[in-house]
Write a protein of this length. Structure first.
Length: 474
């Protein structure tokens, strides 16, 4: 690795903690003690998500920066660089990069004031791809709060001869938690003097189509309120993976096997059923919603995004379906006073090309999440991948002028064929927390568009050798 990149990684590692602690806290409120959970655990995978590969292209495929890049990137070396006129001179040539295709919009906002510092077609609705997950997660946190947990329960009828595994919409249910649920169920059954039962499973919480409109796809399982490991069949935790055609049945079958291992004879095979209206025999719960939001954003988790959209629908008394979730997300964002005109939420993950979101809405969402009066929304910021270090940005910001953003740019990626987007935050040289959103359509190739987006966001970051105000040189 070249020496400048090594220096940048070393410096930015220090800057990430110092700058966010010293420069961003005042503007954005608490930052989980300067450490994001997802950063502590590191990105688990760089496999494709959100309909395309979100990780950066191989080094050989990275195009040279636009001819004007070297000059304009130096323009942000002073605090005056965040004046609207300065930003326009810096960003306009980068936004004109032909790699971004003929359709491109932009919004850059000071989160402390909500003032737009730069805009180009900012209110024009565009296909957002996975950046729509910012809207999905803001809506979920607003509707449910960061401490909400999603349950999976087991209930029994009066004679307890049939137990029903009921999905509450938790795609993060894993084998360890399912085993604990089976053990607790077996203990409760034995306490009633029972050692043999039938197993049914209840998926009635969700309504509407089970398959996402894109059809069978390794980026997302059939959308079910009951699933084990998000229906993954290869043991992976994120990215593309072969999926079960019937995640609920697979989860119930695994539960029955674990129940047998806990000393209960299971008669027959698991079948669909409805849970009785009784107190559950056993229960397991997901991690708090704050952690689920971080995971959704860091790894662009489509299954979890759809689950959170449906949790919002349930909170808003809407059907837990694609349509109901879309209405609920829009209503929740409108209640926050966000500019949802022209927005369409056809799904929660961004896999649908029918989704429409403006750059202005994305920066407004990030500004709300940075509002000190709304700490419940902070996981939206702390869950954003870090350029060059984590999640879907781990392999980006690694060459040319874009390296300025390594460790400093935190952003959600979005990629579909012909669609490339990036929205997130950066702390500028004068210590401001800036929210940005860049959306491009009809792009010729993600291997050209993504580096162009990286250069745009990196142009907002402090140049090499200059830390944000208040930070100390490492």
């Amino acid at each position: 690795m070249p020496e400048p990149r090594t220096w940048q990684l070393t410096a930015c590692s220090a800057v990430l903690g110092l700058a966010l602690a010293a420069g961003a806290v005042a503007a954005a409120g608490p930052w989980d003690n300067g450490q994001r959970k997802a950063e502590r655990t590191r990105a688990a995978a760089t496999a494709p998500t959100g309909g395309a590969h979100h990780a950066g292209p191989p080094a050989a495929a990275t195009p040279a920066p636009a001819p004007s890049a070297a000059g304009v990137l130096r323009a942000l070396g002073t605090p005056a660089g965040t004046r609207p006129g300065d930003l326009a001179r810096v960003l306009a040539p980068l936004l004109a990069d032909p790699g971004l295709g003929p359709l491109r919009t932009a919004s850059v906002v000071d989160t402390a004031t909500g003032r737009q510092l730069y805009g180009e077609g900012a209110t024009t609705p565009m296909t957002p791809a996975s950046t729509i997950k910012i809207a999905t997660t803001v809506a979920a946190l607003s509707a449910l709060g960061p401490d909400h947990r999603i349950p999976t329960t087991v209930a029994a009828g009066q004679d307890a001869r049939t137990v029903t595994l009921t999905g509450g919409g938790d795609p993060t249910l894993d084998r360890a938690r399912l085993r604990a649920l089976a053990i607790d169920t077996a203990r409760a059954l034995k306490g009633r003097g029972l050692t043999a039962v039938r197993v049914t499973y209840d998926t009635s919480l969700y309504q509407g189509p089970v398959r996402h409109p894109i059809g069978r796809n390794d980026n997302i399982a059939p959308v079910s309120p009951l699933m084990l490991d998000a229906g993954r069949l290869d043991g992976s935790r994120s990215g593309r993976a072969p999926r079960s055609d019937d995640p609920a049945k697979a989860a119930a079958t695994a539960f029955a096997d674990l129940l047998t291992g806990a000393g209960i004879t299971v008669q027959g095979v698991p079948a669909p059923g409805r849970a009785p209206a009784t107190t559950p025999l056993a229960r397991t719960s997901s991690a708090p919603l704050a952690a689920l939001v971080e995971r959704t954003l860091t790894h662009s988790d489509n299954d979890l995004a759809e689950a959170l959209a449906r949790q919002t629908a349930l909170a808003r008394k809407q059907p837990a379906s694609f349509d109901g979730a879309g209405r609920a997300v829009r209503a929740e964002l409108a209640a926050l006073g966000l500019p949802v005109e022209g927005a369409r939420f056809a799904d929660g993950s961004g896999l649908s090309r029918a989704d429409r979101v403006s750059a202005a809405l994305l920066t407004a969402l990030l500004t709300r999440a940075a509002d000190p009066a709304r700490p419940a929304l902070r996981p939206v910021l702390t869950g954003l991948p870090v350029g060059g270090f984590s999640g879907t940005l781990e392999e980006r910001f690694d060459s040319g002028p874009a390296t300025t953003g390594a460790g400093l740019v935190r952003a959600k990626t979005g990629t579909l064929q012909g669609v490339d987007t990036l929205a997130g935050t950066v702390v500028t040289a004068d210590g401001r927390l800036i929210a940005f959103a860049f959306l491009a359509g009809r792009t010729p190739s993600p291997y050209i568009a993504r580096p162009a987006l990286d250069r745009l966001s990196a142009a907002l970051a402090p140049p090499a050798g200059r830390l944000p105000t208040g930070a100390q040189q490492p």
